[in-house]
Design a protein around this ligand. Structure first.
Ligand code: NAI
Length: 675
């Protein structure tokens, strides 16, 4: 056996070489494999050595439990000092993976767990790929999500292997595929359970079959004329979703493949497709920061929650979906409501979710078995955590707590999903108020990554910690916040939504307002968003969080009184047909910037206030919460990052003008002084 800092090479009696990737840092093993330039250079040395003393075949596998490799070392990538260094890092990865591809014997990547970015690109440089069929195994090229391109050969090799249509779909979405899908696409050669890995690898290397070749249609998609047509179609599809000035990376991926053979070394540095240009663009920096903030949120859920059985009370929109999600993530769940008829729709929705997510009948059945209807509430006495998601009424909630608290196990936690009632108001009658915590999910539960973990004045630190670990365990992002009206996310979103409705009442068309917000970079305009969330829900939150003397939009009240709740009832601010808003007017041909400035500044101002009041620990976590809780223009990196990059003085001047025109709601919070 031979060892390097990040790799281990073994040869067996059949003269097969087994190369283990085992990333370490300062002599300590890390939990995840990532490619630093040091790890890449070592791989180059290993290739050179194997070339002179060739084995019969080489298998590359991971020594880490969690996966093959997570891609480039993001810490190294983010500390690169110049765009030229970014190019050098890109070139190094390409040169080394080219060396792997050129090895004169069969090579195989053995993929388990996550295989992302550079991990996928290394596997594509091998002649064969073997993949584990476990539920946690996923392969992806997610570079687009951090504003760059798959620059270590992914954009060159993947279209060749599986055709441009499938490859562009994966590269432009960043989506991961499991083993079954990867096999169907031609991305991997063999799929087996991991326990059969060694035998399957040995067989492939000792009796190597012909390497995978794409089918006729897939091969044709790379041919010169067809390539231009495919690129044109892809560009039009991307343009429907994002703008080139805001998100250059998907456009660069298409260009890189169409014009430069997928190889960034062929791209002139001053071309907008080049790594140098992308690295200099603020979007990449902001998206990488968000990616790191996501890791920070995950780290806030470190440790064991000790929660195995969750009892959810209230099987409505939220409770039903929270219960379904917890069971999907492997917990035992009991679900209580006033009668069977109210639980049944939640179970039906859960079955649909499992069908979409799990696909295999035995996995769907197992998830459904973990989700148990429990109208009598027997689960209360056995569970580790109760999540209450009944109507938003403090008196009714307190009455329920009085009934269930005496029946809880001594260590059990009581959590509320309330979106607006301060915890201190709910904990009044409790014998052990220190065990009450807010676990505030966002709607729709299956899609929204963020969960606010709300600390009341009495909530014990260990209960916060366990609640955060629970949120992480169910694969959501925990954000600890202090209990104050609206917590963090709704409090920041409300003034933005309210201002949009005030503008609507002034006569600006809904279509124009929504277009302005999208121009800023919001994934959906505020009027369409209000209809999507439900005007009844929005009105209740808006009333709860309205500032004294602040605007109280009338139109939403009239619509709710007329039972026009938006998307769910078929009409709200818009009419909805087949799940789509009917935007009848075209957005006015006006400068949209003043409109989005007017809507977004109240949100920025509120974010400043939240940090000043300590609702959230710091500005970075505030940005993370708003992005993952609302989708706030990701390329701008959150409201406070936007404030810093646009310039504090410039925005304060805008606020002054708006204050003079529209009143005190645009007065700058005292917290601006400390930004
Ligand atoms: P919902 O009205 O859809 O569901 C509430 C359910 O609780 C109903 O099925 C009702 O029968 C049941 N219920 C009422 N009293 C009960 C009792 N004593 N015992 C057992 N079940 C009882 O309400 P939704 O929208 O799911 O909201 C629930 C909670 O989640 C509220 O506190 C709300 O503020 C919060 N929330 C709502 C969000 C939303 O977008 N709808 C988002 C985040 C939080």
């Amino acid at each position: 056996m031979q060892s390097w800092k990040h790799w281990r090479l073994e040869r067996d009696a059949d003269n097969l070489a087994w190369l283990y990737f085992d990333k370490s840092h300062a002599e300590q093993s890390e939990s995840t494999n990532t490619f630093s330039s040091e790890a890449l250079r070592e791989l180059a040395d290993i290739c050179a050595q194997l070339k002179t003393n060739a084995p019969k075949g080489l298998a590359i596998l991971s020594a880490k439990e969690n996966g093959f490799a997570a891609g480039a070392d993001i810490d190294e990538f983010t500390t690169l000092k110049s765009a030229e260094e970014a190019y050098a890092f890109t070139k190094l990865g390409n040169d080394v993976f080219d060396q792997v591809e050129a090895l004169p014997f069969p090579t195989l990547a053995m993929i388990h767990g996550f295989c992302m970015g550079g991990g996928t690109e290394l596997s594509l440089a091998c002649r064969y790929r073997l993949m584990d069929d476990g539920p946690k195994t996923k392969m992806a090229l997610p570079e687009v999500m951090i504003g760059i391109v798959p620059g270590w050969g992914g954009a060159k090799r993947m279209p060749r292997l599986i055709g441009a249509l499938q490859a562009l779909d994966l590269m432009l979405s960043g989506r991961g595929v499991d083993a079954r899908k990867a096999k169907r696409m031609g991305l991997v050669d063999v799929v087996t359970p991991r326990r059969h890995f060694m035998n399957a690898a040995r067989l492939l290397l000792l009796q190597p079959p012909a390497p995978h070749r794409p089918g006729f249609k897939d091969a044709l998609s790379n041919a010169p004329l067809i390539r231009d047509i495919v690129a044109g179609i892809s560009r039009r599809q991307v343009a429907k979703k994002v703008r080139k000035d805001q998100y250059p990376a998907p456009y660069a991926i298409i260009d890189l493949w169409q014009k430069f053979g997928g190889d960034p070394r062929n791209v002139p540095h001053d071309d907008p497709t080049s790594i140098v240009s992308l690295f200099k663009h603020p979007t990449a920096g902001n998206l990488i920061r968000i990616f790191k903030l996501q890791d920070r949120l995950k780290s806030l859920g470190a440790g064991e929650s000790g929660i195995k059985h969750v009892h959810v009370i209230g099987a409505g929109v939220m409770g039903g979906d929270i219960a379904a999600w917890c069971a999907l993530r492997g917990l035992s769940v009991t679900l209580q409501d006033l009668d069977h008829a109210r639980v049944a729709p939640a179970i039906k929705r859960a079955a649909d979710l499992y069908q979409r997510r799990l696909k295999q009948p035995h996995l769907i059945q197992a998830a459904l078995d973990r989700l148990m209807p429990d109208v009598k509430g027997d689960g209360v006495a056995h569970c580790d955590l109760v999540i209450e998601a009944i109507v938003e009424n403090a008196e009714i909630k307190k009455k329920l707590y009085a009934q269930i608290e005496p029946r809880l196990k001594p260590g059990a936690i009581l959590a509320t999903n309330t979106s607006s009632i301060p915890l201190q108001e709910l904990s009044g009658g409790l014998a052990r108020p220190e065990r009450l915590v807010g676990i505030h999910f966002f709607n729709p539960v299956a899609q929204m990554m963020l969960v606010e973990v709300v600390q009341g004045a009495a909530t014990a630190a260990e209960v916060m910690k366990a609640a955060q670990a629970f949120v992480k365990k169910i694969d959501k992002l925990p954000l600890p916040v202090k209990s104050a009206p609206g917590f963090l996310v709704n409090r920041i979103l409300t003034p933005y939504m309210t201002e949009a409705q005030v503008m609507l009442e002034e006569g600006i068309a809904a279509e124009t307002i929504d277009a302005a917000a999208r121009d800023f970079g919001m994934p959906m305009g505020p009027i369409e968003l209000a209809d999507t969330v439900g005007l009844d829900v929005g009105l209740a939150v808006g009333k709860e969080l309205a500032k004294p003397g602040g605007p109280q939009p009338r139109k939403i009240q009239e619509l709710v009184a007329a039972k026009k709740f938006g998307k769910k009832s078929g009409e709200g601010f818009y009419k909805w047909v087949a799940g789509k808003p009917q935007k009848t007017k075209t957005a006015a041909a006006v400068d949209l910037a003043p409109l989005w400035m007017r809507m977004t500044l109240p949100a920025v101002n509120e974010a400043v206030a939240c940090v000043r009041e300590g609702i959230v620990a710091d500005a970075d976590l505030c940005d993370a919460g708003v992005i993952f809780g609302t989708g706030f223009a990701p390329h701008r990196g959150g409201p406070l990052n936007y404030l810093r990059s646009a310039g504090k003085e410039k925005l304060l001047a805008e606020m002054k003008v708006l204050e003079a025109k529209h009143g005190a709601r645009f007065a700058a919070d005292p917290g601006w002084a400390g930004i």
